[in-house]
Design a protein around this ligand. Structure first.
Ligand code: SF4
Length: 168
């Protein structure tokens, strides 16, 4: 235990600064997010991410939120593998026919406040994969949606902004 603590102390902070046009934006969004999470969610917002039929472009940006640059955990946001522990569902689309029931069941298994954020143009019903023989389309055709994040794919800053809108 002492060795682990010593290692943590020796390593220090390993996150890197966000560079480019998103830098100031991320700091402001992160600070707002952190305040609301402390007030409304006792310092910890838990997210279950669901791929309801995306091309994985949106997922790459969502994964970036967890890397050493964006490090979303510093604001009190964590991802979980189970909807039973989730405060918020982050759903990418379009919803495929094969994912419709799974998405409904995941929503039913999520406890209150059951917040849902539709991610990407496809999830919002305006993407290149709209309704077709294999997809239903927008997330809100299957479950209620509290906030929408447009973009193909949306940037990490846009994702933070959408999460902020949903919990505000
Ligand atoms: S919005 Fe763009 S990146 Fe996201 S699933 Fe649709 S096509 Fe892929």
């Amino acid at each position: 235990m002492i060795r682990t603590l010593f290692q943590i102390f020796k390593t220090g902070i390993v996150t890197e600064n966000v560079l480019g046009r998103d830098a100031d934006n991320i700091e402001v969004l992160g600070s707002k997010l952190s305040k609301i999470i402390k007030k409304r969610f006792r310092g910890s917002l838990t997210i279950r991410q669901i791929d309801a039929g995306s091309c994985n472009g949106c997922e790459l940006e969502i994964h970036a939120l967890n890397n050493s640059i964006y490090n979303i955990e510093q604001y009190g946001v964590r991802f979980t593998a189970s909807p039973r522990f989730a405060d918020l569902l982050l759903v990418t689309g379009p919803v495929t026919l094969n994912m419709e029931i799974a998405l409904k069941r995941t929503y039913e298994a999520t406890p209150t406040p059951k917040l849902v954020v539709a991610v990407g143009d496809c999830g919002c019903g305006q993407g290149i994969f709209d309704e077709n023989y294999a997809t239903i389309g927008a997330i809100d055709k299957v479950i209620p949606v509290d906030a929408r994040i447009k973009g193909c794919p949306p940037t990490p800053a846009a994702l933070l902004n959408g999460i902020l809108q949903a919990i505000s």
